[in-house]
Write a protein of this length. Structure first.
Length: 142
């Protein structure tokens, strides 16, 4: 399912603006930016039209953050009223550790991984069949 500005505004609890208006343009840019940050972290084959459902949900959540607080303000004050974001709150397009882990799991990149390792070892006079004797090696023959 494609990402849509109307879905973002549904989450915001507001009616979607008309196509081409400044709010629509800003919301659309936030959705696109959020999706491509997620796709770069996750899977290169994901597109705005083809991606797992949970990625759509996550992209809209990140776009919501970006749309509500585009300047990534931590504190705001108007007269005697002030508001402060909690410390550690995600800002803008930055992904939290939990979001990154979810993206990697959905992309099949999480969990245990194996890495080929190679170590060159000098033989130091050991016979070729060590520790398992070759048929031509008389060493260790009964």
């Amino acid at each position: 399912m494609a990402l849509d500005v109307a879905d973002l505004f549904k989450r915001l609890g507001k009616p979607a603006p008309s196509t081409g208006t400044p709010d629509w343009e800003r919301a659309n840019a936030a959705i696109e930016d959020a999706f491509w940050v997620i796709a770069a972290t996750g899977h290169p084959a994901w597109t705005p039209q083809r991606h797992p459902q949970v990625i759509r949900t996550l992209a809209l959540a990140v776009a919501d953050r970006r749309f509500r607080n585009p300047e990534s303000y931590v504190q705001e004050q108007a007269g005697e009223v002030s508001y402060r974001m909690s410390d550690g709150s995600p800002m803008g397009l930055a992904l939290t550790r939990g979001e990154q882990a979810l993206i990697e799991r959905v992309a099949g990149r999480g969990g245990l991984k194996s890495v080929p390792a190679r170590r060159e070892v000098a033989s130091r006079g050991l016979r070729t069949g060590y520790p398992f004797p070759d048929s031509e090696d008389s060493w260790g023959a009964a």
